[in-house]
Design a protein around this ligand. Structure first.
Ligand SMILES: Cc1cc2nc3c(=O)[nH]c(=O)nc-3n(C[C@H](O)[C@H](O)[C@H](O)COP(=O)(O)OP(=O)(O)OC[C@H]3O[C@@H](n4cnc5c(N)ncnc54)[C@H](O)[C@@H]3O)c2cc1C
Length: 331
């Protein structure tokens, strides 16, 4: 793979706003292109253009490909796939990056199958060299090891990126990139599937997107005490996270799990309550900007990474924090 052609980033958006994870994918693509020389194209599929597409064009990409059609109003994988592959024709990119979200993973698998391309999922590292082309790193064996992979075969290669693994600390100022519009042509088959209804979880913040996370471990003693975390989370506009044994015990859903075999998070504030700080938990949250730990044991390893520590019973401290934050929010 001597030098890359285009690198595409498929932008995920919801309610007319680009998801933060797509900004990370753009950042990763820019880093890759600085080594490989390829251009970065953001691919935005929607029923309309608008302010969000303008924002994408100012995110540091070289161009935006706006695939626009009323049939793309809501995400349907077969339609998105047909639209993407339909555009490609002779102008196929060298690599397609997508976020490792539910939609991103589904699209990536479909693209790889349709194009007969190599697919690397849930990557946490991305590199390029002239001798071996694109190289990725991804966790394997339940997160116990990292595997390093190179691609063989034809382009484009398909890569999904783990949320929060490619965050940029600097928000750059970029010129507006050109926006190229394309209207897909549908086959009868593309339009066979119809979406009846989208049912959204009410008030559930995704931990990979939350700026504040209040997280609970076995020290919370049981599922009946997690309302203490939820109450604090509500006051702070935070999401609730959990350690793996909490999830294994069925106290919380897997989508809440932080760590090596759960989600990687990097919020501005992470409040760890009754979490010991095992290395597998730290692997998923140690990039948080500010870590507060509440633990009964002053020697708990979590205090080694915490910016602020409270030694005490989380079940007693949490209601006090909630009460005090409520007061300061009201004043
Ligand atoms: C391959 C592999 C992958 C793993 N992946 C993950 C992962 O993704 N995420 C993850 O979290 N773990 C993971 N683990 C498990 C990890 O090793 C730890 O076992 C786990 O993180 C411990 O969870 P915990 O801190 O909730 O529980 P514990 O280690 O039991 O800690 C509970 C803490 O609560 C404190 N405590 C008790 N009562 C109170 C109280 N009333 N108030 C305040 N503090 C109190 C205790 O002092 C203790 O520090 C993995 C393990 C392996 C082997």
């Amino acid at each position: 793979m001597p030098g890359l052609k285009d690198i595409w980033v498929v932008i995920e958006h919801s309610d007319g706003t680009m998801k933060p994870v797509s900004m990370e994918a753009v950042h990763a693509a820019r880093q890759l292109s600085s080594k490989s020389g390829g251009q970065v194209t953001a691919v935005y599929l929607s029923d309309q253009g608008g302010d969000d597409v303008k924002a994408v064009s100012r995110s540091g990409v070289d161009q935006v490909l706006l695939i626009v059609d009323p049939q793309l109003k809501t995400y349907i994988s077969s339609r998105y796939l047909d639209a993407l592959v339909g555009y490609m024709g002779d102008s196929s990119p060298s690599a397609i990056l997508l976020p490792a979200t539910n939609h991103g993973k589904e699209l990536a698998a479909g693209l790889a199958a349709k194009l007969g391309s190599g697919l690397a999922t849930d990557c946490v590292g991305l590199d390029y060299s002239e001798s071996s082309g694109i190289k990725v790193e991804r966790p394997v064996y339940g997160g116990k090891a990292l595997s390093s992979l190179e691609f063989s075969g034809s382009e484009p290669v398909i890569i999904t990126l783990r949320p929060n693994a490619f965050r940029s600390d600097t928000a750059g100022e970029f010129n507006e990139a050109p926006i190229v519009e394309y209207s897909p042509k549908w086959s009868e088959k593309s339009l066979l599937l119809h979406l009846q209804e989208v049912v959204k979880g009410v008030g559930v913040l995704d931990i990979t997107e939350a700026r504040i996370i209040v997280s609970g471990g076995l020290g919370m003693q049981g599922p009946e005490n997690f309302h203490l975390l939820e109450e604090l989370a509500e006051v702070l506009g935070a999401a609730v996270g959990a350690s793996r044994p909490v999830v294994d015990n069925g106290w919380r859903d897997y989508s809440n799990q932080v760590g090596q075999t759960g989600r990687t998070v990097a919020p501005d504030l992470y409040i760890a309550c009754g979490i010991s700080g095992a290395v597998q938990h730290l692997a998923g949250m140690s990039s948080s900007k500010c870590i507060v730990a509440i633990n009964k044991d002053p020697h708990a390893p979590i205090f080694e990474v915490a910016d602020y520590g409270i030694v005490g019973d989380a079940l007693k401290i949490l209601p006090i924090l909630t009460r005090e934050f409520k007061k300061s929010v009201q004043t």
